[in-house]
Design a protein around this ligand. Structure first.
Ligand code: IPD
Ligand code: CA
Ligand code: CA
Length: 278
């Protein structure tokens, strides 16, 4: 307990506290990523949860366990919300860790090498730190509020694509796609016939990280969960991008709709979403 760090409720975090949180977030993300790579090599069991296409593997669970243990060692009193374990039952704390121990589970289960660990750190409801670690490319995306965003320690910025016709877009589909009526297919068609190109990576965290570093220009999706977007939100914003809901309102990771862009094509994309969903 000698090295245990305790934060008291103050108006803001000191840079020392931000550095300590960032160090643990980075360490935990790399640890989770190493576990994913280990399972990718040796094999793993797969189960479905809820909808038959919504999978969870041994790797999701073991990555999550290791990440939580790593955080708990340094910060035993913080709140933790993670995809498979949910919200840990501990008293309110101004700092909340939001974890996706494997974003891109369907990719992972198929051996399609596009997945990552995503960790966001909220302070009094604002996401202050985001780490997305892609172990397949050894790429670590990091942002701290007010301090910019980096990819493997090099500063990153969103693209300069000025309009949709030149933009490479990306989206994803929720696990209720087989039955839902609001299923993103109308939007997919509308954007596909107007954009420079269209992709679907199968991982929302990578979609956001790639908006931040300019590999992609615009991303929209319905029904994402806080662990899909907590880290990506701060990374996109710190890289000069814009993230809102479909109405153009300030973004909440607890909301229903996500639009993230290089800023330049944001209003054009909002217009098409509005037109398509009317
Ligand atoms: C999923 C991925 C996917 C998105 C889904 C998410 P998971 O997360 O981010 O790209 O389309 O909505 O649920 O289940 O692989 O952690
Ligand atoms: Ca996810
Ligand atoms: Ca996941």
């Amino acid at each position: 307990a000698g090295c245990t760090k305790l934060f008291i409720k103050t108006m803001s975090l000191s840079s020392h506290e931000i550095n300590d949180l960032t160090q643990t977030a980075t360490q935990a993300a790399r640890l989770g990523g190493a576990i994913l790579q280990d399972y990718a090599q040796k094999g793993f069991t797969v189960h479905s949860k809820g909808e038959a296409i919504n999978l969870v593997t041994e790797a999701d669970l073991q990555s999550e366990k290791a990440i939580i243990e790593c955080i708990r060692k340094t910060f035993p009193t913080h709140q933790i919300l993670s995809e498979e374990q949910g919200l840990q039952d501990i008293p309110q704390h101004p700092i909340k860790w939001i974890i996706d121990p494997l974003d891109g589970t369907v990719n992972f289960a198929h051996g399609f090498p596009m997945y990552n660990v995503s960790i966001g750190v909220e302070y009094q409801g604002t996401c202050m730190i985001g780490v997305i670690y892609d172990p397949t490319r050894d790429e670590l995306f990091l942002a701290q509020q007010g301090r910019g965003a980096t990819l493997n320690s090099t500063p990153i910025h969103v693209s300069a694509a000025p309009k949709l016709a030149e933009a490479l877009l990306v989206t994803g589909f929720a696990y209720d796609i087989h039955t839902a009526t609001d299923n993103n297919l109308k939007e997919f068609c509308a954007f596909t016939v107007r954009a420079g190109g269209m992709r679907r990576t199968g991982t929302a965290a990578i979609d956001l990280a790639y908006i931040a570093c300019g590999r992609l220009d615009g991303f929209w999706e319905l029904q994402l969960k806080p662990w899909d977007t907590a880290a990506g939100k701060v990374i996109v914003e710190e890289a000069g991008g814009q993230i809102t809901n479909y109405a153009g309102d300030p973004y909440s990771i607890y909301g229903q709709t996500t639009l993230a862009t290089n800023t330049l094509i944001h209003s054009e994309m909002l217009g098409i979403l509005k037109e398509t969903r009317e």
